[in-house]
Design a protein around this ligand. Structure first.
Ligand code: ADP
Ligand code: MG
Length: 293
C-alpha cells in the first residue's frame, strides 16, 4: 500500500479506537484467515466474581476464606482479585503469607500461620500430590458445566474447599465471532482454564474450536502451529501470559484494558475493549488494500 493509504487507514482506525502501530500490520490484517482468542479478559469481561463456596469438612468457611484471601492477595491474576474482593466484602482478615510462590497458569502456594496451602486448578493439585476424591470431582464438573472456573484450595495434602468464580461474556463477543465466521475466518479460543468451563463459554459465543488447559508457554506454540501451511493468524489477548503469542502471531491484537506487556507485544490495540473491533480492523485493512489496487 502507498504511504498515504496507510496513513489514512491508520487515522481511520485511531478515530474508532483501533490503534495500529505499524503499516505492515495494517497491510497484513486483510490476509487473516485464523483468529485465535484468549478467553479471560478477551472474550469475557475479565472481572470475575466469586459465586459459590464449597466446603469439604474439616475447615470452616471463614477459615477457608481467610486462607484464600491471604494467598490470592499476592497474585495479580483476575481470578485472584475476585477472591480478594469477596473476602473484603465478607470482612475476612487476611494474614501474612510466607514462602509465597505463583505458578504461572496453575495457581499459587504459600504458608499461612506456618501451614502450607495451595490454590489453583486441578493441575496445581496433581503436581503437589493432593488427591481429588469423587465428590471433589463432581463439584468441579458441576461448577465448570455452568461456565464457572473452580478454584481449588488445599491445606497441605488435603483439599479443603472450592471457590467458583464466574466471568461474564462481553456483550459483543458473540456477534464479533459470528462476523468472523461469515467472513470465512476460523476462530479458536485458547485458554488456561479447564475444558468443561471452556466448552460452556464456547456454547455461549460460538467459536469454531476450543483448546483448553494450555500453559502460558504453549499459547505461543499453538499460534506457531496455526501459522503452518501458509495461514495468516491474528491473536487477540490481554494478559501477561498472552504476550509471547501476540508477538508470534502475524497480527497481534491487544485489548486496551489489558496488561502493559500485552499492549507492548501487540501490533494493534483495541482501546474500546470490544471484540467487534477485530472485525473492524480486518475490514479496514481490506479497504486500504482495495483502494491501492
Ligand atoms: P486464561 O488463559 O483463561 O487467561 P490463565 O492461563 O491465566 O488463564 O490461568 C489458567 C488457570 O490457572 C486458571 O483458570 C486457574 O484455574 C489457574 N490459576 C492461575 N492463577 C491462579 C491463582 N492466582 N489462583 C488460583 N488459580 C489460578
Ligand atoms: Mg486473559
Amino acid at each position: 500500500a502507498t504511504p498515504v493509504a496507510i496513513m489514512v487507514g491508520t487515522g481511520k482506525g485511531a478515530e474508532n479506537g483501533i490503534l495500529i502501530k505499524s503499516g505492515e500490520a495494517l497491510e497484513t490484517a486483510h490476509l487473516v484467515d485464523t483468529v485465535v482468542l484468549d478467553k479471560t479478559g478477551t472474550i469475557t469481561e475479565g472481572r470475575p466474581v466469586v459465586t459459590d463456596v464449597a466446603l469439604f469438612g474439616e475447615v470452616p468457611e471463614r477459615e477457608l476464606l481467610a486462607v484464600a484471601g491471604s494467598l490470592e492477595k499476592g497474585s495479580e491474576h483476575p481470578l485472584a482479585e475476585a477472591v480478594v474482593k469477596y473476602c473484603e466484602e465478607n470482612e475476612i482478615t487476611v494474614q501474612p503469607v510466607e514462602q509465597f510462590e505463583a505458578v504461572f497458569g496453575k495457581g499459587v502456594r504459600g504458608k499461612v500461620g506456618g501451614t502450607l496451602y495451595f490454590a489453583g486448578n486441578e493441575k496445581m493439585m496433581e503436581e503437589n500430590g493432593i488427591p481429588l476424591k469423587a465428590d471433589h470431582k463432581a463439584r468441579i464438573e458441576a461448577f465448570a458445566g455452568e461456565g464457572k472456573t473452580p478454584l481449588l484450595f488445599a491445606k497441605e495434602k488435603t483439599l479443603i474447599g472450592i471457590l467458583a468464580v464466574a466471568d461474564v461474556v462481553k456483550a459483543t463477543s458473540r456477534d464479533a465471532i459470528g462476523a468472523l465466521r461469515e467472513a470465512g475466518i476460523r476462530t479458536i479460543m485458547l485458554t488456561g482454564d479447564n475444558e468443561v468451563t471452556a466448552r460452556a463459554i464456547q456454547k455461549e459465543v460460538g467459536v469454531d474450536e476450543v483448546i483448553a488447559g494450555v500453559l502460558p508457554a504453549q499459547k505461543e506454540e499453538k499460534v506457531a502451529q496455526f501459522k503452518e501451511g501458509g495461514h495468516t493468524v491474528a491473536m487477540v489477548g490481554d494478559g501477561i501470559n498472552d504476550a509471547p503469542a501476540l508477538a508470534r502471531a502475524d497480527v497481534g491484537i491487544a485489548i486496551g484494558a489489558g496488561t502493559d506487556v500485552a499492549i507492548e507485544s501487540a501490533d494493534v490495540v483495541l482501546m474500546k475493549n470490544d471484540l467487534f473491533d477485530v472485525v473492524r480492523a480486518i475490514r479496514l485493512s481490506k479497504a486500504v488494500i482495495r483502494n491501492i489496487k
